[in-house]
Design a protein around this ligand. Structure first.
Ligand code: ATP
Ligand code: MG
Length: 137
């Protein structure tokens, strides 16, 4: 059984959408096995999104991710990484399939409500960035 790291981003926590987004995960068969609400610094957001540090939107992305609380969570299920990315929908909400989280809730390509790990290697690294072994049962 697979695990993935999910983040409910500041645009979504600001609009009180945590429960509606979590319902989408649970309806898709993903189990929320760890979850906490935290406020990242710009530096911590930059470490998390280090793969994007040469991209033109890096500054905008890290400032956005530090602009308000996020909910970091570990989702578990069969094929959880790909399943979560399906439930999230495309990065740009204009391209996201109907019924996906980004189609329903995202505001723009940057303020797109959720993050999900994109590979098993990324999932392991991202889960370890936010959660200790004691927090994962
Ligand atoms: P995430 O990594 O957050 O799950 P993703 O894998 O769909 O999203 P990435 O290409 O990894 O998309 O981009 C990471 C994040 O950077 C996006 O979710 C979005 O918030 C932001 N981003 C991506 N492209 C742009 C852009 N052109 N302008 C502004 N922000 C962007
Ligand atoms: Mg990504």
């Amino acid at each position: 059984i697979e695990r993935t790291l999910s983040i409910i981003k500041p645009d979504a926590t600001a609009r009180n959408l945590t429960g509606k987004i979590n319902a989408k995960f649970e309806e898709a068969g993903l189990r929320i096995v760890a979850q906490k609400r935290i406020l990242l610094t710009v530096g911590q957001a930059g470490t998390f999104y280090a793969v994007h540090k040469e991209r033109p939107f890096f500054g905008e992305l890290t400032e956005f991710m530090a602009s308000g609380p996020v909910v970091v969570q570990v989702l578990e299920g069969e094929g959880a990484i790909m399943k979560n990315r399906e439930v999230m929908g495309a990065t740009n909400p204009a391209d996201a399939a109907p019924g996906t989280i980004r189609a329903e809730f995202a505001q723009s390509v940057g303020e797109n409500s959720v993050h999900g790990s994109d590979s098993p290697e990324a999932a392991a690294e991202e889960i370890a960035y936010f959660f200790s072994g004691l927090e994962l049962v």
